[in-house]
Design a protein around this ligand. Structure first.
Ligand code: F6P
Length: 333
């Protein structure tokens, strides 16, 4: 059998580990041949392929990015898009797996692997890439603490997270943030300023961690988008950190600066956890193909890698619950 592999949406550390595991087990244990589709769904749409075998996978385990390339192409918004797509094995996040779910409903034989630094796919305890992003953000917060202390200034750290605040929450707790602002809970700017003042009273400088998708409760237009939309209709976010820093400075009189971590969170070497998780996802995904078990996504449940219907992973976003947010709030101020 010939199996196509593609990686779509925002890249994330661990994609190459999945590809390697899929190919190694597929070739060695199932006798499959592979073809790599380049640049996400654009590959099968436009017939962009590359050779994919054990040889192409040598040395890629610790490498960030994806050897197959990625894109945010949506075959459902392209004329005859679906007809041009056949049998694929897709590694993707919310959007890429959303496409896979619809294709599976149309009878396309597809297996999904949950990829996103945002960790916002339901059906799995964790997505791969998330641990690396949290570690990068945590290290940045640790470094910012020392410079914030020296200059007695507020540092606002903007992290990724369009609809879900998982990166902000985990890195904020791990890095000892004075406040963590997430898309799920509109923030009160006065409360944020109060946390800033409290922190200065105890002679420490505050670090405020904010998700790119966080919004103020009064809807005062601090959230930002360039107005541009991708093929899935998402506006480009970014800018909340800067606006928040300016607002804090105006209201408290304390100097405030913003640091936007942006794509740094998606790049570079995956952590050992992400390599381990991605590898196990890859092994289970190719076994699903061998079993003819299509329309599924592999998932982490406790310590086990299981298969769940694709719709379970993509039907609903996994967001931070009030209980989980309350754990971070204990440390605000
Ligand atoms: O989907 C993952 C993600 O990291 C989001 O958190 C973020 O909004 C988006 O990608 C930005 O991606 P890009 O700049 O590549 O379009």
């Amino acid at each position: 059998m010939r199996v196509g592999v593609l990686t779509g949406g925002g890249d994330c550390p661990g994609l190459n580990a999945v590809i390697r595991a899929v190919v190694r087990k597929g070739v060695k244990e199932h006798g499959f041949e592979f073809v790599g589709f380049c640049d996400g769904w654009r590959g099968p749409l436009e017939g962009l392929t590359m050779p994919l075998g054990i040889e192409q996978c040598r040395g890629i385990l610790p490498r960030g990015g994806t050897i197959l390339g990625s894109s945010r192409t949506n075959p459902f918004s392209v004329e005859n898009g679906v007809e041009r797509i056949r049998e694929n094995l897709a590694v993707g996040g919310e959007d890429t797996l959303g496409v896979a779910t619809k294709l599976a409903d149309l009878g396309v034989r597809v297996v999904g692997v949950p990829k996103t630094i945002d960790n916002d796919l339901s059906g799995t305890d964790f997505t791969f890439g998330f641990d690396t992003a949290v570690n990068i953000a945590t290290e940045a917060i640790d470094r910012l603490h020392t410079t914030a202390e020296s200059h007695h200034r507020v540092l606002v750290v903007e992290v990724m997270g369009r609809h879900a605040g998982w990166i902000a929450l985990h890195a904020g707790i791990a890095g000892g943030a004075s406040a963590v602002l997430i898309p799920e809970v509109p923030f009160d700017i006065e409360a944020v300023c109060a946390h800033v003042e409290t922190r200065f009273h105890s002679e420490y400088a505050p670090i405020i961690v904010v998700s790119e998708g966080a919004v103020p409760a009064d809807g005062s237009g601090m959230t930002l988008a360039s107005g541009e939309k991708d093929a899935f209709g998402h506006v480009r976010l970014g800018g909340i950190g800067d606006r928040l820093a300016r607002e804090i400075e105006d209201r408290t009189g304390k100097e405030a600066r913003a640091v936007v971590l942006g794509h740094v969170q998606r790049g570079g070497t995956p952590t050992a956890f992400d390599r381990w998780l991605a590898t196990r996802f890859g092994l289970q995904a190719i076994d699903a193909v061998a079993d003819g078990d299509y329309g599924v996504m592999v998932a982490l449940r406790g310590a086990d890698i299981v298969r769940v219907p694709l719709i379970e992973g993509t039907g609903e976003l996994k967001v931070v619950s009030p209980r989980e947010y309350a754990e971070a709030q204990v440390f605000f101020g």
